[in-house]
Design a protein around this ligand. Structure first.
Ligand code: LR7
Ligand code: MN
Length: 586
């Protein structure tokens, strides 16, 4: 009897235990379905009482996806399909126009387009022919940072990534909310992403991080071997992810950018160029610029699908081995809100043993906006975040060449931009090369105003006790424009700085002075146009600045302030033609 009672009790205990465990398992599964973002990716994550290997767990989590990936081989009809533009009707136009003012994009048009819209496959044929062994490639986490982004562009970014990434490669999407305030991004978003099972993880920041710290925070959440960053108004196209992870598998220290296609802010029309080969450069004011691929890079590449080495990147769209990304310094945490981090990572990667490469077979669209639909004021009421972020990068990475930044921003010379010690220590620790090495090897030919030049400074004549300076008169230097004169402004006035290069070009950063001489051959104006080998040459004899093609000399004869400067017959006695270069800092 006693034996029987003990046996019964044992049976009872076993049964109770069994049921409790089954219930726990079921509850845990339910919990997972309700809390998709709970997947922290920790290798040993405990799913209740069952432990799952990471790849099994991913499948397990994903099986709860209610999102259906569309079949893009079938033709889809609807607004914006196949990347076509959307034009609003008369009655909708007013709303679209006001969106352009408030959002710098036509949200009304975007709202008409399916979140799963089809896009043209803009890759060239050679790209489509490449076969990837997905089982052998590393997995990727796609980090999308946003602050108060409009709903449809944000979700279309997510949909395009989920729809067009091979499940074998896409470990997760990390949506990093940089303290958005709009209601729909609060409750509704948590609800919405449940359709992606555990695949889309939402991370909220309740203080504004600014995009640089937001990227860092997003990358820290990533559990894939590769981390890919995207802006929150992008669309990934067919085959975008494979070539990125494949190149990282081959070269762990390469930081990669897809080709950035354009999505028109007004119509959402998708435009990509399969043959695009532009690379990134920079201006001394520390803005990103597009440049054409240098000849030596054209020669190095063996096939049109080869990566393109680029001196810099635009910033928003990039892929890197996660460990390497942090090992090489992540981003500068003290950079605020917007700007500077793109050139910083570029200079850093190249000088510290890595590289920046563009991957021609990977195409991602980006909505280019004419402004920022969010507050750009940083900590301590800083209204110039790009300027102060850039000063940080100049001070840490540019050695003495930071002077070229201060030529544009003399106002920042004495500005406190926070402690730089840890970034300087990083540079020491990684034994990074000097900035001069970068200039000589990675972007040779970049014009340096005051090196290897015959003369540099503000260029002026002195007539009747009055200094008149050559001046751009605030014209847009990205295009051609006439050169003018203005009373000298002194101390670091950038629109008045000129260089006479060793080749004899009278120039500024990208534009060279061309004499525009009238029929009479006796008088003309001066046009600043993009420099090239055949740009006009000038000689500096005595004090005359002679244009060798026309034989005429630069002169201020008869000019008032804000007039265009002229070229006219040379006369070494005329005070209007006696030119001096002055140290721009005096
Ligand atoms: O405080 C902020 N917090 C954020 O999370 C400010 C912005 N953001 C988010 C924002 O919602 C967006 O998703 O950060 C992302 C980038 O902001 P955008 O889209 O306003 O920036 P942008 O496209 O004008 O700027 C480019 O330069 C920036 C410099 O700091 C960043 O590097 C951007 O990522 C970068 N974008 C691109 O490179 C896209 C391609 C453009 C080209 C060429
Ligand atoms: Mn952007």
């Amino acid at each position: 009897n006693v034996v029987n009672a003990v046996l019964l009790l044992c049976c009872f205990i076993v049964v109770v235990y069994y049921y409790r465990n089954v219930r726990r398992i079921n509850q845990d599964i339910d919990q997972e379905h309700k809390r998709p973002q709970a997947n922290s990716g920790d290798e040993s994550e405990d799913f209740g009482v069952i432990r799952l290997a990471p790849h099994v767990r991913d499948e397990f989590v994903r099986s709860s996806m209610s999102h259906v990936i569309p079949d893009y081989s079938q033709k889809r009809d609807g607004p914006g399909e196949d990347g076509k533009p959307v034009y609003l009707s008369e009655s909708e136009k007013a709303e679209g126009d006001s969106d352009m003012k408030n959002w710098f994009m036509n949200v009304k048009a975007s709202d008409k387009i399916s979140l799963d819209r089809s896009l043209p496959d803009v890759r060239r044929k050679e790209c489509k022919d490449i076969k990837y062994d997905l089982k052998k490639l590393p997995s990727a986490s796609v980090v999308i940072i946003f602050t108060d982004e409009a709903w449809t562009p944000l979700m279309r970014t997510v949909h395009s990534v989920v729809n067009r990434s091979p499940p074998e490669l896409l470990k997760e999407v990390v949506l990093l909310d940089d303290n958005s305030q709009r209601e729909e991004l609060k409750g509704h978003l948590d609800e919405y992403i449940k359709r992606f099972g555990g695949l889309v993880k939402l991370v909220r920041k309740t203080v504004r991080h600014g995009l640089i710290r937001a990227k860092l925070a997003g990358a820290k959440e990533a559990t894939g071997q590769v981390v890919v960053f995207l802006d929150s108004h992008c669309e990934a196209t067919a085959g975008w992810l494979e070539p990125l992870v494949a190149r990282i598998a081959e070269e762990r220290t390469a930081i990669l950018c897809p080709m950035i296609d354009s999505i028109a802010a007004e119509t959402m029309a998708y435009h990509g160029d399969p043959y695009a080969t532009a690379v990134g450069g920079f201006s001394w004011a520390l803005h990103f610029t597009w440049e054409s691929m240098p000849q030596r890079e054209q020669q190095r590449r063996k096939s049109p699908t080869d990566y393109i080495r680029s001196p810099t990147m635009a910033g928003g769209l990039l892929a890197a081995d996660k460990e390497y990304f942090f090992a090489v310094g992540g981003y500068d945490e003290e950079m605020d809100i917007w700007g500077g981090e793109n050139l910083e990572i570029s200079f850093r990667a190249w000088t510290c043993g890595g590289s920046i490469e563009f991957i021609p077979c990977s195409h991602v669209g980006h909505i280019f906006r004419a402004g920022h639909p969010y507050n750009m004021t940083g900590r301590n009421n800083n209204k110039d975040v790009h300027g102060t972020n850039s000063k940080r990068l100049a001070e840490v990475w540019m050695d003495d060449y930071k002077r070229l930044y201060y030529m544009h921003r003399s106002d920042l010379k004495d500005k406190d931009v926070g402690d730089l010690t840890s970034r300087k220590e990083l540079r020491e620790k990684l034994k990074c090369r000097p900035f001069k090495w970068y200039l000589d090897n990675i972007i040779p030919g970049k014009f340096i105003f005051d090196e290897n030049v015959q003369a540099y400074g503000t260029l002026y004549t002195f007539v009747d006790g009055y200094r008149m300076c050559i001046d751009t008169l605030q014209k847009d230097e990205k295009t051609s424009h006439t050169l003018g004169v203005f009373p000298c402004q002194g101390k670091g006035s950038s629109p008045q700085q000129m260089s006479l290069s060793n080749e004899g070009h009278l120039r500024r950063e990208t534009n060279c002075a061309q004499a525009m001489v009238g029929r009479d051959q006796e008088r003309g104006t001066v046009m600043m146009t993009h420099c090239h080998g055949g740009s006009d040459k000038w000689t500096y004899e005595g004090q005359l600045l002679r244009n060798t093609r026309s034989g005429l000399c630069l002169s201020t004869d008869g000019l008032k302030q804000s007039d265009d400067v002229i070229v006219t017959n040379c006369d070494s006695r005329s005070d209007h033609q006696k030119w001096r270069f002055a140290d721009p800092n005096k």
